[in-house]
Design a protein around this ligand. Structure first.
Ligand code: FAD
Ligand code: SF4
Length: 488
């Protein structure tokens, strides 16, 4: 696979970024692609390693050495076919996936791993540019009707697979447009909305119906939907945000990250009448929470023109190396620094926010923190302890709460009598994605809790296989890593 001596000849190289001062001028993507010759050299670094552990690192089971080899040999159309055989939307994962495959790459044991994610992005972008990605409507129809509730990556993958199997698929979305968190959570500087729209055009041409601005459970009762469709797939995400119930959390200027990101993404998407503006312009901003959501708040705040952006994380700073006990090929919990962090944010670890401080008019003007340490007690969960004498006051006019999500909403679940799991997600087995109600399936974050796009696509594909089997008694839709989408 690749060039047999490629990994000895070529160093790892990925696309560059535009300088910070340039990219902060707008919300556009700011990566500078490698020239084709260098992309091929990156494909050539894939070794003939025998057992491609990268396959198991990828939740989709992408056939990585095969597409690396095709890129090395300039067979871009072939590479695109291989890639699309296991992944409906490589343009999403090629931009946004944290690439667990690269952590499992055999070359990564003692060298820099192959740039799998970036190769994936270049394959799909070449394919779109060359016009190889076209609608492939089903050849035969089954007459069965499927409702997909939620249009994030899980819903879109489920819909495309089930449409390919010949079913009539309708996707219901309560937001203004389809895309889920990819549209109204993740900012354009990570993935521009035209990348989603370009794929939606293909899905619509293939025959999938999208009904936006329809909140299932509110506008249409879930049991009505159940009567009208042969199967329902719930892909509504895990949307319940974690709060920070401390003194002052009701002050004006303490804002949930998703309100801030949701409004900004809608503004960038051209939507008007967004209510009171939430802006970071000219403010000292504190982003509380160190994950993807926190990072996206940082990049957005800088684009608003924030005076300063600080990022608090309650956990200690991880190392950049693999921690002991998390050996290759497993996903390691190491320090990750995003492009947004590099735009000028100051990061603080082992820090806890104790209180927000307001002015006489109820506006946030600062907050109080203390340092914390985690005490490990054998047999118990680590315990959080405040370090005495470390209280500190910070100036802050906008505090963004990016504390994660606690589970999925239960309106639809309760209308259908669905069981929830201990983490308040819809209970459905990973073996068949079936809920306790016949004909109702769940996939993506709504089943597994807040996760990743690659997992959502993977679950959407798996669920489609089981829905088709439920409807038809058999299915040709592939499972993880099987590739080769059938034409029905
Ligand atoms: C700010 C942020 C940044 C992220 N960045 C990354 C990243 O860089 N890389 C990555 O891999 N992952 C990232 N993630 C996680 C990723 O976005 C999610 O794991 C993924 O989108 C989950 O897909 P999903 O289809 O399950 O659900 P979602 O994308 O959450 O989509 C669910 C959709 O269902 C709709 N819906 C819900 N209930 C109903 C209803 N009753 N009726 C109609 N519609 C309904 C919602 O409006 C929503 O559009 C990020 C998450 C956030 C919040
Ligand atoms: S989808 Fe993610 S894990 Fe899978 S090959 Fe692409 S970058 Fe790697």
């Amino acid at each position: 696979m690749g060039k047999i001596t490629g990994f000895l000849e070529f160093d790892r190289k990925i696309e560059a970024y535009e300088p910070v001062e340039e990219r902060l001028k707008d919300y556009k993507e700011f990566t500078i692609p490698l020239p084709e010759k260098e992309m091929k050299e990156q494909g050539a670094r894939c070794m003939d390693c025998g057992i491609p552990f990268c396959h198991s690192g990828c939740p989709l089971g992408n056939l990585i050495p095969d597409f690396n080899d095709a890129v090395y040999r300039s067979k871009w159309e072939k590479a695109s076919e291989i890639l699309h055989s296991t992944n409906n939307f490589p343009e999403f994962t090629g931009r946004l996936c944290p690439a667990p495959c690269e952590e499992a790459c055999v070359l990564g044991i003692n060298e820099d791993p192959v740039t799998i994610e970036n190769i994936e992005k270049n394959i799909v972008e070449t394919a779109f540019k060359k016009g190889w990605i076209t609608a492939k409507p089903p050849l035969n129809k089954t007459g069965k009707k499927v409702a997909v509730v939620g249009s994030g990556p899980a819903g879109l993958a489920t819909a495309q697979q089930l449409n390919r199997a010949g079913h009539d698929v309708t996707v219901f979305e309560r937001d203004e447009k389809p895309g889920g968190l990819m549209r109204y959570g993740i900012p354009d500087f990570k993935m521009e909305k035209n990348v989603i729209d370009r794929r939606l055009d293909v899905l619509k041409e293939e025959g999938i119906t999208f009904k936006c601005g329809v909140h299932i459970g509110v506008d249409i009762k879930a049991d009505t939907l159940k009567e009208e469709y042969d199967a329902i797939v719930l892909t509504g995400g895990a949307t319940i945000r974690r709060n920070l119930p401390i003194e002052g959390s009701d002050l004006k200027g303490v804002v949930q990250a998703m309100d801030f990101l949701g409004q900004n993404n809608r503004r960038v998407d051209g939507i008007k009448d967004l209510g009171e503006e939430i802006k970071a312009t000219g403010k000292d901003v504190v982003v509380i929470g160190g994950g993807d959501t926190g990072s996206d708040c940082i990049g957005t705040s800088f684009r608003h023109g924030a005076t300063s952006v600080s990022n608090f994380e309650i956990m200690p700073m991880a190392t950049t190396e693999r921690p002991e006990g998390q050996p290759w090929p497993f996903w390691p919990m190491r320090l990750r620094t995003s492009s947004s962090h590099k735009e000028g944010a100051e990061r603080f670890f082992s820090i806890s926010t104790k209180k927000f401080i307001g002015d006489a008019d109820g506006n946030l003007k600062g907050l109080i923190t203390s340092e914390v340490e985690w005490i490990n007690i054998p047999g118990q969960r680590p315990q959080l302890k405040e370090v005495p004498g470390t209280e500190k006051e910070w100036k802050c006019e906008l505090a963004l709460l990016a504390l994660g999500f606690t589970g999925s909403e239960n309106t639809v679940a309760s209308q259908l009598g669905l069981e929830m799991d201990a983490r308040t997600n819809i209970k459905a087995s990973e073996n068949d994605y079936k809920t306790n109600v016949a004909g109702v399936f769940a996939a993506g974050d709504q089943r597994r809790g807040q996760s990743l796009i690659v997992w959502a696509i993977s679950e959407g594909r798996q669920a489609a296989h089981h829905v088709d089997k439920y409807l038809m008694g058999e299915t040709a839709l592939p499972l993880k890593g099987e590739g080769d989408l059938p034409r029905v």
